[in-house]
Structures are given as structure tokens and as C-alpha cells.
Design a protein around this ligand. Structure first.
Ligand SMILES: [Zn+2]
Length: 310
């Protein structure tokens, strides 16, 4: 039965190998122990062990020292970070205080400036009132005493003294920009010509065509033109006697330009300045057809350049 004996032999061999390995290990351990015991008895070995111990202790101390150094460095960094944070906080707080102080100073300066402007405006208004009263007295003296106008009334009022003259205002005594024009508007304090702004109004003048008389004429336009003409004649007959009360009129002209800043302005040229002054005093602020009159003295060089489409 050779087939049956084989496993048994295999197991036996295995057991033999195991025992052999165990014996080898036991022998090796015993030899090592003997070697160790022999070494322990050896003085040089003793010294070697002591040296090893010292080296180990030194190594531990070095590790400890490095650890301490690292911890100290970390603490220093932490302290530095805290210090920097505190410094930044202080800087931020100082910057905020500086901004607040600056804003307060600016506010105080602004208030002082406003106060100064207010005081100056009041001064100007008071001076203007005094000047106005003086001028009115001069005008009354001129009206009542006769003779030539006093030099005070020969003045020219300028909107922006020293600035370039407004060409349109010089020509027409009107400007689309009004008081906000950047150029200088000059008007006389007294003249024999007065202008009443937006006095003659008609629906045809409300149209934004600059010169409707140049537009293509059709039936309706002709009719409107006729309407305008009739309305103007009626206005003329109604108004001229009111103005003639104050003196002889040389010229009575209404602007029929549809531009907003020109439309309906009426210029009245008197023979005498005194007549224009009477009109100015009597009609200023009066109402005509529900509209408050705004009367000003005008300085027209030539009617041709001043009036568009009279
Ligand atoms: Zn102007």
C-alpha cells in the first residue's frame, strides 16, 4: 500500500523539520544568552553599554531641547501675531478717528462756508435793496423834476461783468439760457425802449416751427395766419392806447418768432426816456389778460437784427 504510506511519511518529515528548526532556535537562543552573559562579564562591553546609555540620554535631551525650542518659537510667533493684531487694531481705530475728525472738520468748514455765504447773500440783498431804493428815488426825481437823466440812471446792469458778451442778448435783448447763460447780458437801467416779455401770445406761436411763415402754406395755415393777424390787430388796438398814455410811441413791435425764449415779446420805443420810465413804473407787475407783465428796459441797436418775423 505505497499510496497510503506517503501522507504519513510526509507528516513525519514535516514533524522532523519542525523539531529540527526548534532545536536550532533553542541552540541559537542559548548561544546568544551565553554570549550576552559573557559580554556582561566583559568590562569593555560594560563600558560600551554605559556609553550607549549616555548616547541615548543625550539623544533624548536633544529631542527635548528641540521640542522646547520649537515650542518657544511657536510661542514667540503667537505673541508676535497677537502684537501685530493689536497694532493693526490700534491703527484701524486711529484711522477711523482720523476720518471722523476730518469729516467733522469738513462739516464745520462747510457750515462756516454756508454761514459765510448766507451772510454775504444777506449783505448783497440788503445792498441791492438800498440800491433799488436809491434808483427808484432817482427815477422819481427824474420824472418829477424834468431835465436830463441823472448819471445813476445811465448805468448798464451786467449779469456777468468781465465775461464775454452774449451776442444774442446784445442783438435781441433775449437769450435762450436766461439768467443761467455763461456769457454777460447787459441791459440799460434806463432807455426809451421797453420790452414786455411773452406779452402777445397766440396758439400759432406755441408751435415749435421757428418761422411758420416760411412753411408750406396750405388752407389751414392760411386760415391760422389770418387768425394770428386778426388777433394781433385786436391786441395792437387794445394795448397801444394803454402805452400811449405815457408818451409818444415811435415803434411798437411784437416778435412772432415761435422759439420759446423769443415768442410774444413786445418792444415799445418811445420818443422820450421819461415816457418809457413812466410805463416801467406803472405797468411793472400789472396784469393783462390774466398774465402778469414783466417790463424791462431794452437796448436795441437795429430793429432788423432784433426782431424776427414782426
Ligand atoms: Zn446769453
Amino acid at each position: 500500500m505505497p499510496g497510503k504510506r506517503r501522507p504519513w511519511r510526509k507528516e513525519l518529515k514535516k514533524q522532523q523539520r519542525k523539531r529540527k528548526r526548534q532545536n536550532v532556535a533553542i541552540t541559537r537562543d542559548r548561544l546568544l544568552e551565553e554570549e550576552e552573559a559573557r559580554k556582561l562579564k566583559d568590562c569593555a562591553y560594560q563600558q560600551f553599554l554605559k556609553q550607549q546609555e549616555l548616547l541615548e540620554a543625550q539623544k533624548l535631551r536633544e529631542i527635548e531641547r528641540l521640542h522646547d525650542a520649537e515650542e518657544e518659537a511657536w510661542l514667540r510667533r503667537d505673541l508676535l501675531a497677537h502684537r501685530q493684531f493689536r497694532i493693526q487694531q490700534q491703527q484701524r481705530a486711529a484711522a477711523e478717528v482720523a476720518i471722523r475728525v476730518k469729516q467733522e472738520k469738513e462739516l464745520i468748514a462747510k457750515l462756516a462756508e454756508e454761514q459765510q455765504r448766507h451772510v454775504e447773500r444777506e449783505k448783497r440783498e440788503a445792498a441791492a435793496t438800498v440800491e433799488f431804493e436809491e434808483i427808484m428815488k432817482c427815477m422819481e426825481r427824474f420824472l418829477n423834476n424834468g431835465g436830463e437823466p441823472p448819471p445813476e440812471l445811465r448805468r448798464v446792469v451786467e449779469s456777468r461783468p468781465g465775461q464775454k458778451l452774449c451776442a444774442l442778448y446784445e442783438r435781441t435783448n433775449c437769450c435762450r439760457y436766461g439768467p443761467s447763460c455763461i456769457n454777460n447780458h447787459r441791459r440799460p437801467l434806463l432807455s426809451n425802449i421797453i420790452v414786455v416779455r411773452h406779452f402777445f401770445m397766440h396758439p400759432l406761436l406755441e408751435e415749435e416751427n421757428e418761422h411758420p411763415e416760411y412753411a408750406n402754406a396750405d388752407g389751414n395755415l392760411e386760415l391760422s395766419e389770418q387768425d394770428l393777424s386778426e388777433a394781433y390787430n385786436e391786441f395792437f388796438e387794445d394795448v397801444v392806447p394803454e402805452f400811449e398814455v405815457f408818451g409818444y410811441i415811435q415803434n411798437f413791435r411784437a416778435i412772432r418768432n415761435t422759439l420759446r425764449h423769443l415768442r410774444g415779446h413786445v418792444f415799445v420805443e418811445y420818443m422820450e426816456e421819461r415816457s418809457a420810465l413812466k410805463t416801467f413804473i406803472k405797468l411793472q407787475g400789472r396784469y393783462y389778460a390774466g398774465k402778469q407783465l414783466n417790463v424791462e428796459f431794452a437796448n436795441i441797436q437795429t430793429w432788423r437784427s432784433a426782431i424776427c418775423g414782426t
